[in-house]
Structure formats: structure tokens, C-alpha cells
Ligand binder design. Sequence first.
Ligand code: PLP
Length: 390
Amino acid sequence: MRKSSKQFETEAIRTQMERTQFLEHSSPMYLTSSFVFEDAEDMRASFAEEKDRNIYSRYSNPNSSEFIDKVCKMEGAENGFAFASGMAAVYSTLAALLESGDHVVSCKSIFGSTHTLFTQFFPKWNITTSYFGANDLDAVEGLITPKTKIIYVESPTNPGVDVLDLERLGNIAKKHGVIFIIDNCFASPYLQQPIKFGADLVIHSGTKLMDGQGRVLAGITVGSNELVDKVYRFSRITGPALSPFNAWVLSKSLETLALRVDRHCSNALELATYLEGHDKIEWVKYPFLKSHPQHELAKKQMKAGGCVVAFEVKGGLEAGRKFFDNIELLSLSANLGDARSIVTHPASTTHSKLSKEDRESVGITDGMVRVSVGLEHIKDIIADIEQALE
Ligand SMILES: Cc1ncc(COP(=O)(O)O)c(C=O)c1O
């Protein structure tokens, strides 16, 4: 584990690549596709992996390594690999570990593109998936077969913000000798470190809270040396690597992750509390609201509730459409974890590829609204939602 005695915020700022001869304070950007060798022997030894050094930016780059080092320290992981997007991380991690005939046990409530990967693409390679509901962990062991290689989850889930018991899942995975993978991007490493609860690999879409300003696409997978090595060997050949420029942006962003996420969470809790008492709202869900079904579990696993609040406007789809059309300040967009607050309609956007039945089985109703609560002043966020509801 890349552990240290320093606090999260300090590591986020002080984990840094070696200084060059210019003694720069902030890390420079290495926009180079390849690296040079001293001589023929250096070249041979580098390719034979007798030396730990950069060869080609599809394999590694100082900016990606700095970003990976930070996330490993934050998550308590041994090693990692950085990807061009969250989906590149999800796909490459799974593809590196799965073989034809393997089976995955996945929570039903997962990001739409990951769901499409399981339902439309993996079956082409004879990889099958069985699903359990976010509130039905009793079903997990019954789905495991001798072919099961991976248990896959997100927590909190997208977009319904259900919270899964990670320690329980970690114990099940250990008992059955399967790999436990979690997409942790709704929480960020600041709020939740799943390796503590038994996860083997942790995936993030860096596009979300890690960047936090809606600028770059990125992904990362971290975990044990043994599993990450498999992911690395697959990825250095297939080429989903993160660009050095985006890695530099992300490493800078992580310096302020704790500060930003604290404000996202306090704003989100204030909005959720306001909506809970509102006569135009059918229901509201947020992990740190007492009314959330897994509130106690959320408090055990997470430092705070995250940036996403889910709710339904009374009056169903039509009322929901009017609400979106009336929004003025907040952005109608599909991202989350941005400094700008964003409202999304999951049924027609992020989860539109799922059938209506599949959507309803994971609690995505036609009128559901997902708000990614940003860093604007909470009074302005609430005022915009208030006027849109009126
Ligand atoms: C939970 C979750 N995982 C993965 C992704 C994919 O990330 P990216 O858009 O960076 O490919 C998303 C994107 O919205 C997401 O919400």
C-alpha cells in the first residue's frame, strides 16, 4: 500500500513527481509521446522491464504517474493505471480480467454505459452477467456460480443514490474467491475508500468530482499490484491511456478535492433538506438525509453524502418536463461533480438505453430528476429550483 503518515489533504497537495534541474514549484507537463535511452543496453534493459522507467506514453508518463500516485494514497491502493475516460477504465479493467465463459454478478443499479457493456457487448465474447437489486444483497450469494469471476457495484448508485453494504460484499467476495470491483466515482476517494471494506479494485470516472470543473475526461483503476498488473498489461497494448495534459489537470484538481467535496456535500444536504419539506415534491433521496433507507450505512461508509440529490416532481413526466424548461441558472447537462450545478433527466439521457422495465426495476421513474449540486451559493441554487417548481 502507498501509505504514509500524512493526512489526506496534505498528500493530495504534496504528492509530486521529482523536480527537474529548474527546481519548479508546481509539476511541469510532459507532453511527449516517447522517452529516449542512454545507449543500446539501456534500451534493451528498459524493454526487458529490468528498469522501472518511462518508455512510451501509452505505457506510462510522469504526469499520469503523479496522478496515479495521488489516487493510490487516497484509496489505500498499491498501484493503478490511468485511462482516457471512466468508461475506458471500466471496459479495460473488466476485459483484462475476464475470459470467455466467465460470469459476473453485478448490481442492477449501475451507470447506463456499464450496463450496456454487460448486456450488449460482453455476451459477444461469451461473458454473462447476473444482477441483484441494490436493496437485495441477500440475493448475491445465490447468483455466484463456479464461473463467477467478479462482483461489480457502484455506491452510491447512479442515479438513485442507493447505498450498498461494502463490507458485506467484500466478505462474500472473499468467501467465494471472486474479485470485488467498485466504481467509486459518486463518492470520490475523499468520502469513501472501499479497499478498507474489502474491495479488490476501485474504479473512478475522473471526469466527475476528481476534475470537478467539467474540463477533462479521465478514468483510473487502483488496487493490488497483482490485479493492476493484469490491467496494465492489457491496457499498454490496447491503448486507452490518459493524455499527459489531462493527467496534469487532474493532479492539480486533486489538490482541492477535499475542499470542493466538503462544499458540494454541504450544499447538497441543504438542498435535499429544503426539497424534503416541499409540497411540489413527491420524494427526495440523499444518503445523508435521515429518511434515506440506508442512512446509517451511509454514515458508516462515507464521510458525507456526496454531490447528487435525486427527487421526483409531483405530476409525473409532464411536470418534470416543465421543471426542466423553467430552469435558468442550473445547467441541463449529463455530467456530474462539476462546480456548476447540473440537472439531468436520467430516463431520457444517461439511462435511455435501458428498457422502461429495466429502468423502473432500479427506481428510475419517468419523472425522476438528478441534481449534481455544485459550488455556487446554495441560496442561488435553491432559488432557481424554487422558481422552476413554481
Ligand atoms: C458511475 C459512473 N461510472 C462511469 C462513468 C463513465 O465515465 P466517463 O464519462 O468519464 O467515461 C460515469 C459517467 O457518467 C458514471 O456516472
